[in-house]
Design a protein around this ligand. Structure first.
Ligand code: THU
Length: 129
């Protein structure tokens, strides 16, 4: 699985985004240790606060299929963009600080790459308890 292949899966997932309120469509694809990829899109709700972000949907998708160790995450948003704070925390629950996060635009062009540790320094996670 190349970086670009994972990005392409995030771009594809973005096409399923349900975002009639914000019209901000997000796709995510996360590569599990098994080699399988799990994708997700944002799912909004008329009760706005119930919105689920794409990254968390992708991770929940993986967890619900029995995979909980990950190697690489790709996100696709218009113009490229980084995961929100809540998503960073959820990603941190399952992923090593060294894991790379690929931030691509809606066409699959890589805009930025950062490690999870860079995105969420001095994190609070399972090892903190
Ligand atoms: N969103 C995500 O899916 N991931 C993020 O990391 C940031 C925000 C979604 C939530 C909402 O549907 C829309 O983008 C606007 O905030």
């Amino acid at each position: 699985m190349t970086d670009q292949e994972l990005i392409n899966l995030a771009v594809a997932a973005r096409k399923s985004a349900y975002a009639p309120y914000s019209k901000f469509f997000v796709g995510a694809a996360i590569l599990g240790e098994s080699g399988k990829v799990y994708s997700g899109c944002n799912v909004e709700n008329a009760s706005y606060g119930l919105t689920n972000c794409a990254e968390r949907v992708a991770i929940a998708n993986a967890i619900s299929q029995g995979e909980s160790s990950f190697e690489l995450l790709a996100i696709s948003v218009k113009g490229g963009g980084s995961p929100c704070g809540a998503c960073r925390q959820v990603i941190n629950e399952f992923c090593p600080a060294s894991m790379r996060v690929l931030m691509a635009d809606e066409n699959g062009i890589l805009v930025k790459e950062m490690s999870l540790g860079e995105l969420l320094p001095d994190s609070f996670g399972p090892e903190s308890l």
